[in-house]
Design a protein around this ligand. Structure first.
Ligand SMILES: NC(=O)c1ccc[n+]([C@@H]2O[C@H](COP(=O)([O-])OP(=O)(O)OC[C@H]3O[C@@H](n4cnc5c(N)ncnc54)[C@H](OP(=O)(O)O)[C@@H]3O)[C@@H](O)[C@H]2O)c1
Length: 278
């Protein structure tokens, strides 16, 4: 049976766990340390943080205090908007690594394209350098639309391995998903649970009742069967365990289609074309 060690293979051959823990809005210190520890104990091997979350040190502390061999872990962090640019990216990467206490990173993402800044291509050059220097096992982007990817791929040497975007039953990003599949870019879902906003949705409740699962588990299973890597966040140990308990049931094709049909192209986060916050 599949479990939390189940992976997808990125286009460079690196294996990435299909379910991980997100730590957005998890407080630095005790809260993040306890969340990551609970996840690692529950069998999670993938943790998704970002420089802007302000909790890389806590993530690093939990990793350092765990007995899990480094090579079994898959750690992602992200470059914040204000640091985009070639030299500033190299410096920001070192800063993140110092905070995480790691000597290599599994996945580094450009957090947002920030079109008004016009720096994501220079930023990507620094990502390619860090990758070629062996400091990062995989490089990718986040919140990139098709046109941002096309623009980047027209010039880049190494194409992104991952695109992490808002993805849940109200925002299924069908065209973007197809595009990414065509280009061997792995799609990864942020806010997969729509930050808790979908858990009472009747279609999901009905499916959850049928399998004696929670609606959160149905959504995470839907991600899994749609081959989208997913990183639900919780600070509660029992939910961290619950969110990973999705490997003992299978949604039918009709149920998948019914969940897909909940799409309303509705974002809870900003539109990447308009988000230029530094
Ligand atoms: N790249 C980007 O721009 C970007 C943007 C947003 C997020 N992300 C990443 O994606 C991760 C996930 O997204 P997210 O944190 O925004 O939201 P999310 O995972 O969709 O939802 C988290 C919310 O759902 C609650 N929850 C979790 N499991 C639950 C369960 N089983 N039953 C009921 N409620 C549950 C959590 O509360 P409790 O914690 O109280 O359990 C929290 O309020 C982030 O942590 C971050 O790593 C990336």
């Amino acid at each position: 049976m599949a479990d939390l060690t189940s992976t997808v293979t990125l286009h460079n051959g690196v294996k990435m766990p299909r379910v991980g823990l997100g730590v957005f809005q998890v407080e630095e210190g005790e809260e993040v340390v306890q969340s990551v520890k609970a996840a690692l104990e529950a069998g999670y091997r993938s943790i998704d943080t970002a420089a802007i979350y302000g909790n890389e040190e806590g993530v690093g502390k939990a990793i350092a205090e765990s007995a899990i061999p480094r090579e079994e872990l898959f750690i992602t962090t992200k470059l914040w908007n204000s640091e985009q640019g070639y030299e500033s990216t190299l410096a920001a990467f070192e800063e993140s690594m110092k905070k995480l206490g790691l000597d290599y990173l599994d996945l580094y993402l450009i957090h947002w394209p920030v079109p008004a800044k016009g720096e994501y291509k220079n930023t990507w050059k620094a990502f390619e350098k860090l990758y070629k220097d062996g400091k990062i096992r995989a490089i990718g982007v986040s919140n990139f639309k098709i046109h941002h990817l096309e623009d980047l791929m027209a010039e880049c040497e190494i194409k992104p391995m991952v695109n992490q975007v808002e993805y849940h039953p109200r925002l299924t990003q069908k065209e973007l998903h197809e595009f990414c599949k065509r280009h061997q870019i792995q799609l990864e879902a942020w806010s997969p649970l729509m930050q808790g906003g979908l858990l009472e949705e009747p279609t999901l409740v009905e499916i959850a009742n049928k399998y004696n699962k929670s609606t959160a588990q149905v959504i995470i299973r839907w991600d899994y069967q749609n081959e989208v890597v997913t990183i639900p966040k919780s600070v509660k140990a029992h939910r961290i365990v619950e969110n990973a308990d999705i490997f003992d049931f299978e949604l039918t094709a009709e149920e998948i289609a019914n969940i897909d049909a909940l799409n309303q192209d509705k974002r809870i986060g900003p539109d990447p074309d308009e988000f230029n916050r530094a």
